[in-house]
Write a protein that binds this ligand. Structure first.
Ligand SMILES: Cc1ncc(COP(=O)(O)O)c(C=O)c1O
Length: 411
C-alpha cells in the first residue's frame, strides 16, 4: 500500500493503493487472443469465466415486463424487498440457512459484494487468509481495501483444499477474515462437509476471525457431490459468516451484474454505507430478472450440469493423455487446473526454452492458437487453467492442438 507510484508521461500519478496491482492477467490474455482473432488467426479462447449458454427466456421476459411496468428508477439501496425475499427463500430452500431480509444485501455482481465487505471491515494491516490457487480478484480487492492477503498454497495432492493445520498456522492476531471458495475458480475443487468440518472447528477456537464463503458455483457440481455451505453446517459461526452467491454463473447472467450475500446485520449495514457512495443501488431491471431466476423453474440447471460434466470428462481425459500434463478431476465449476511441470524445461520448435507456466501458455497462444491462463495468475505454478464453458467441438479442436504442441517440444 505504501509502494511509490510514478508520474507517467502525460503527468498522471496513480494512487499508491493500485501500485502493486496490474490489469488482470486473464483480461490481458483475452485481449491479446481477441486481437489475434481480429488479425484472422484461428484462435480458440478457453480463458473466459462465463457460461456459453443464454440467459433463460423466462428471466428475459421478467426483465422486459419490469421495463414495461416502469421499474426503471433507483431502487432500495441494497436490494428490492422482492429480490431480498427471493434470496431469503433460496437460502432456506437450497442451503437450509435462515436469513432475515435485513441480513441480506444485493450488489452489482458478487465482485461488488466482496468489495463492499472488505471496504466495510478492513483496516490497514488487517489480514485475509486466502488459499491458493485463488480467483485473482480476491487478493487484489483485499489490497485495494488496504488489507494484507495471506496466501496459503494448497497443492493438487491436497485436492487444492486448505486443511485445518494450515489454517491454524496462518491465523494471527491480525487475521480478520478467511475467504473460502467452493467449488473453486480456478481449480474446480470443492469442500464437502467432511472437508469443511475441521476448518470450522479451528475457527470456533478463534472468535476474532470471520469467515467469508463464495458459493458462486454452487449449482455446477458433478458425480453426486453434495454442496454444503458453512453457515448451515455450523450455526454457531453464522454470526460471523458472510455467505456470498449470485446469478452470474448458474443462470448464465454475467452481464446482468447481480450478486448477493447473507450475513450478520451489522456487517450488512456497513456494506450498505459503502454501496450508497459507489453505485446507489443495483440495476432495477436486473433485480427484477433475478427475482424470476431464483423463483422460476430450476430444472434446466440439471440439464446444464449434465452438459458441463460431459465437457469436463472430455477435457480431463484429453489432458491426462498428454505427456507432461496432469489433471485432477474437479468436483465442480467449469474449469480444469492442470499441472504442466512435465513440459517446463523443454524447448519449443522456435528454440525457446519454457521456464514457467506463463511461457507455456504464451507458447500455446502463439504457436497453437489456444488461449488458456497460467497458474501464476491464480497464485500457484506450474499449472494452467482451461475454462470449458464452450462447445464440445471447439474443446476437441483446442485439446488436439495442445496435444500436438506438447508433442513438438524437445528435451
Ligand atoms: C469465484 C467467483 N466469485 C465471484 C465471481 C464474480 O461474479 P459476479 O459476476 O457476480 O461479479 C466470479 C467471476 O468470475 C468468480 O469466479
Amino acid at each position: 500500500m505504501n509502494a511509490q507510484t510514478k508520474i507517467d508521461d502525460a503527468g498522471f500519478r496513480p494512487a499508491s493503493r493500485i501500485a502493486s496491482i496490474g490489469v488482470s492477467k486473464i483480461l490481458q490474455i483475452g485481449a491479446r487472443a481477441s486481437a489475434m482473432k481480429r488479425d484472422g488467426l484461428p484462435v480458440i479462447i478457453l480463458g473466459a469465466g462465463e457460461p456459453d449458454f443464454d440467459t433463460p427466456d423466462n428471466v428475459k421476459a421478467a426483465a422486459k415486463a419490469a421495463i414495461d411496468r416502469g421499474e426503471t428508477k433507483y431502487t432500495a439501496l441494497d436490494g428490492t424487498p422482492e429480490l431480498k425475499k427471493a434470496i431469503a427463500e433460496k437460502f432456506r430452500r437450497e442451503n437450509g440457512v435462515d436469513y432475515a431480509l435485513d441480513e441480506i444485501t444485493v450488489a452489482t455482481g458478487a465482485k461488488q459484494i466482496l468489495f463492499n465487505a472488505f471496504m466495510a471491515s478492513i483496516d490497514p494491516g488487517d489480514e485475509v487468509i486466502i488459499p491458493t490457487p485463488y480467483w485473482t480478484s480476491y487478493s487484489d480487492i483485499v489490497e485495494i481495501c488496504g488489507g494484507t492477503a495471506v496466501l496459503v498454497p494448497c497443492d493438487a495432492e491436497a485436492g487444492f483444499r486448505l486443511n485445518a493445520e494450515q489454517l491454524e498456522k496462518a491465523i494471527t492476531p491480525k487475521t480478520r477474515w478467511v475467504l473460502l471458495n467452493s467449488p473453486s475458480n480456478p481449480s474446480g475443487a470443492a469442500y464437502g462437509e467432511a472437508d469443511y468440518r475441521p476448518l470450522l472447528d479451528v475457527l470456533m477456537q478463534h472468535p476474532h476471525v470471520w469467515l467469508m464463503v463464495d458459493d458462486m458455483y454452487e449449482h455446477i457440481v458433478y458425480d453426486g457431490f453434495k454442496f454444503v455451505t458453512p453457515a448451515a453446517l455450523e450455526p454457531r459461526l453464522k454470526p460471523r459468516t458472510l455467505t456470498i452467491n449470485g446469478v452470474s454463473k448458474a443462470y448464465a447472467m454475467t452481464g446482468w451484474r447481480i450478486g448477493y450475500a447473507g450475513g450478520p446485520k451489522a456487517l450488512i449495514k456497513a456494506m450498505a454505507v459503502i454501496q450508497s457512495q459507489a453505485t446507489s443501488c443495483p440495476s432495477s431491471v436486473s433485480q427484477a430478472a433475478s427475482v424470476e431466476a431464483l423463483n422460476g423453474p430450476q430444472d434446466f440447471l440439471v440439464e446444464r450440469q449434465r452438459s458441463f460434466k460431459a465437457r469436463r470428462d472430455l477435457v480431463v481425459a484429453a489432458l491426462n493423455a498428454i505427456d507432461g500434463i496432469e489433471c485432477r478431476v474437479p468436483e465442480g465449476a467449469f474449469y480444469t487446473f492442470a499441472g504442466c511441470g512435465g513440459v517446463i524445461g523443454k524447448t519449443t520448435p522456435k528454440g525457446k526454452r519454457l521456464e514457467t507456466d506463463s511461457d507455456f501458455t504464451d507458447y500455446l497462444l502463439e504457436d497453437a492458437h489456444v488461449a488458456v491462463v497460467p497458474g501464476s495468475a491464480f497464485g500457484l505454478s506450474p499449472f494452467f487453467r482451461i475454462s470449458y464453458a464452450t462447445s464440445e467441438a471447439e474443446l476437441k479442436e483446442a485439446l488436439q492442438r495442445i496435444a500436438t504442441a506438447c508433442q513438438q517440444l524437445a528435451g
